[in-house]
Design a protein around this ligand. Structure first.
Ligand SMILES: Nc1nc2c(ncn2[C@@H]2O[C@H](COP(=O)(O)OP(=O)(O)OP(=O)(O)O)[C@@H](O)[C@H]2O)c(=O)[nH]1
Ligand SMILES: [Mg+2]
Length: 318
């Protein structure tokens, strides 16, 4: 099992800086869900991320000795790292570095069950990979090719990028088909009013669906982040013989990668098309207010990005 060390680096003076410990608690839960053992943590409030390492040179050195002393095999970085920062940190620290986005993608990849969820995760992974591939090859060709030379990696890079881009547009098309299929299914079910459960991950959405639908074991409940990746719809009675179609959806989390939200559009469509959106809140969670904000913002962003794609169907081929 990987021995993971956690590093937070919120900006000085930001809201995140006040919640640094809470954010690391959440990263620890993500690490646990991903199957890594957390063996230590540290954070530094930074003025501004440096382009090369995110952290200052002094902190990188300090981190290196912390990691060595703890016997860490993996560094989990709570902020998004640019491709360059990721590569440089890995080299300087001598162990694998994953940012929050990559951890989330990893969890999604292992948890995706349905055909649709798998397509969505693969799309998000390739979109995450594409800019990193470029940077890594650039990095390599600089070393191998030298100044003024066309690095040997360039042709390969172009081929790889073409293949990945092609795969990305294929996946997008296939997901559009799934979305159309869903829309048709919805059309056929206009008889009952529909409600969708939205909320922060681990808030209790699936528990609510399970309770309302009579406690069936087919609704998966777990004290882990992102237990649910697929939408699941059940016809439930909410009293006085009043029946609704209730849909459970994937949860949100702070700093959820944009392209992951975008690729889960088809799944989340179910939530958007519902007559009623029920925001499930874990009122017992110490950070519930921040969680509410995160979900509200994600829902707004989702709606805006949907408007964007509708107006600009050419955006699929970036
Ligand atoms: N104490 C308490 N625990 C609850 C309640 N509702 C759910 N839980 C627990 O909270 C954990 C998460 O519940 P889920 O229903 O899986 O949460 P979810 O929102 O579907 O989470 P994801 O699918 O991972 O996004 C489980 O361990 C539940 O047993 C509640 O009302 N009270
Ligand atoms: Mg769930």
């Amino acid at each position: 099992m990987e021995r993971a060390y956690l590093m937070g680096a919120p900006r000085k003076g930001s809201d995140d800086a006040l919640r640094a410990e809470e954010h690391l608690d959440e990263l620890a839960r993500l690490a646990d869900t991903a199957g890594a053992a957390v063996i230590g943590r540290t954070f530094q409030r930074v003025d501004a991320p440096t382009p090369n390492y995110f952290l200052g040179a002094g902190k990188v050195e300090e981190l290196k000795s912390l990691l060595g002393a703890a016997g860490a095999t993996l560094l989990l970085f709570d902020e998004g790292l640019s491709p360059v920062q990721g590569v440089n940190l890995e080299r300087a620290l001598g162990i694998r570095v994953m940012d929050r986005t990559e951890v989330i993608l990893d969890i999604f990849a292992t948890r995706a069950r349905s055909h649709e969820a798998k397509l969505q995760v693969e799309l998000a992974q390739l979109e995450y990979l594409l800019p990193r591939l470029t940077r890594m090859w650039t990095h390599l060709s600089r070393i191998r090719g030298g100044i003024g030379l066309r690095g040997p990696g360039e042709t390969q890079l172009e081929t790889d990028r073409r293949v990945i881009r092609k795969k990305i547009s294929t996946l997008r098309r296939r997901l559009e088909d799934v979305a159309d299929h869903r829309a048709n299914q919805r059309q056929g079910r206009r008889d009952l009013p529909s409600a969708a459960l939205a909320g922060y991950t681990n808030a209790g959405k699936s528990s609510l669906l399970r309770a309302l639908s009579g406690g069936g074991a087919d609704v998966f409940v777990e004290d882990r982040l992102f237990a649910t990746l697929d939408t699941l719809t059940r016809e439930v009675e909410v009293g006085d013989n009043y029946r609704v179609r209730l849909t459970d959806t994937v949860g949100f989390i702070r700093k959820l990668p944009h392209h992951l939200v975008a690729s889960f559009r088809a799944t989340l469509e179910e939530a958007r098309e519902a007559d009623l959106l029920l925001h499930v809140i874990d009122a017992g969670h110490p950070a519930w207010e921040e969680q509410v904000e995160v979900v509200d913002r994600a829902l707004i962003e989702m709606r805006n990005s949907e408007l964007g794609t509708r107006n600009d169907s050419g955006s699929a081929e970036r």
